[in-house]
Design a protein around this ligand. Structure first.
Ligand SMILES: C[N+](C)(C)CCCC[C@H](N)C(=O)O
Ligand SMILES: O=C(O)CCC(=O)C(=O)O
Length: 372
């Protein structure tokens, strides 16, 4: 280990010498055009040591540089803040601060509704509006784009203004009604309780967009409702810590089966960031669950009791934000956080929408400086 003291802040730090060598920023070790390391890690001597090291005032900016002569003769130079910022404590601090999320129940989200509404003409004209939309999507997990002509084409144009679309066997853009194009309740007029989509994919869509482009004939029902899974998971952790812990651990299989498709994925319903303890993904769809065979029968009672507590919290009246999507308005929500559902309906109801990959959502937010 190498004992270091930041020459300006006087903060002390012990670093593993192999780690430090593995983070050499010189042109021989790092391809600065591709941000890729150039060397084979096994080529670094496992017992590499810093033969000499000292702090140098850096030419140009006022950030001091750590100069190291390694035992194999290699020379490295590191900006002080690069070393001190690339530590676990700083990562946890940045992660818990940077993505300041606003968990919501109905009254909180209604108080903030002005931050959730965007207009397509303004989005098309202003990159700042796009940045505000992405920032609200990160903070609240749901936004609306108004003034969109109720067609699949304009829905696609609106969405592609912000994100690339995720192609699945449902399509890249999809349009659905009560025509049974796929073996799923969404393609009926039936009620759908609060859920997240794609629990049967190893990588569930990060975002989901829905645009009700038509609801006519003897139209009734079909209202949507949304629940903030982040708030619900916080409530579960606060009120029922044992149930919360169980649901972050127990593996729950989900599957989707139709001719030519058989998707299955098994994971906990609640996925937590191991570094911050914060929610990464709520994976909750009671309909798409496969045969549940990942626990011994002796543990089933505790699992179902925990799942029921979670579902009861989801169903709490104050957590439900119910609204009728009208033609012209796209709802876009975080499918790893916000649960959505639909009341049964009559009449001709056509929905258009798309998924966005989680990594594309995060990449956009990161390039806009919204998340780390
Ligand atoms: C959105 N769209 C109608 C295309 C597909 C719906 C898939 C529904 C599936 N039960 C799930 O929850 O993933
Ligand atoms: O029809 C709707 O409004 C929503 C359908 C749904 O929940 C889904 O496709 O996942």
């Amino acid at each position: 280990m190498l004992q270091l003291k930041h020459p300006k802040t006087h903060q002390s730090l012990e670093v593993n010498e192999f780690w430090l060598r593995d983070h050499c920023r010189c042109g021989e070790c790092l391809n600065t055009e591709t941000n890729q390391r150039r060397y084979d890690l096994l080529e670094l001597p496992a017992d590499v040591k810093a033969s000499q090291h000292n702090w140098q005032p850096s030419d140009g900016n006022d950030e001091p540089q750590l100069r190291v002569l390694w035992s194999d003769g290699h020379r490295s130079s590191y900006a002080a803040n690069f070393i001190f910022d690339a530590q676990l404590e700083q990562l946890i601090s940045r992660r818990t601060k940077s993505t300041s999320l606003t968990p919501w129940n109905r009254s909180i989200v209604l108080q903030n509704e002005r931050h959730l509404r965007f207009s397509l003409p303004q989005l098309m004209a202003s990159d700042e509006q796009v940045k505000s939309l992405v920032a609200s999507l990160v903070r609240y997990g749901i936004i609306f784009i108004d003034d969109v002509s109720p067609t699949p084409t304009m829905t696609e144009l609106a969405l592609r203004r912000i994100f690339p679309l995720m192609k699945t066997f449902f399509g890249e853009m999809w349009t659905f009604s009560d025509k049974k194009d796929h073996a799923d309740t969404a393609y009926t007029q039936l009620y759908l309780g609060s859920h997240t989509d794609n629990t049967y994919f190893c990588d569930a869509a990060g975002l989901q967009a829905l645009h009700c482009i038509e609801h006519s004939g003897d139209a009734a029902g079909g209202e949507n409702f949304f629940v903030d899974g982040l708030h619900v998971v916080h409530e579960l952790r606060r009120q029922y810590p044992a149930a919360y812990e169980l649901l972050t651990r127990v593996q729950v299989p989900a599957e989707y089966i139709e001719p030519g498709e058989h998707h299955r994925h098994t994971a906990p319903l609640i996925r937590i960031d191991p570094l911050t303890g914060e929610l990464v993904q709520l994976r909750l769809n009671i309909y798409d669950r496969a045969v549940f065979d990942t626990l011994p029968q002796s543990e089933m009672a505790e699992f179902y009791a925990s799942l029921r507590l979670l579902l009861q919290l989801v169903r709490e009246e104050e957590h439900q934000w119910q609204l009728k999507l009208s033609p012209g308005c796209i709802v876009l929500f975080d499918n790893w956080r916000v649960l959505h559902g639909r009341h049964a309906y009559t009449g001709r109801r056509t929905m258009s929408g798309a998924y966005v990959q989680r990594t594309d959502f995060q990449s956009k937010a990161r390039t806009l400086g919204i998340i780390e």
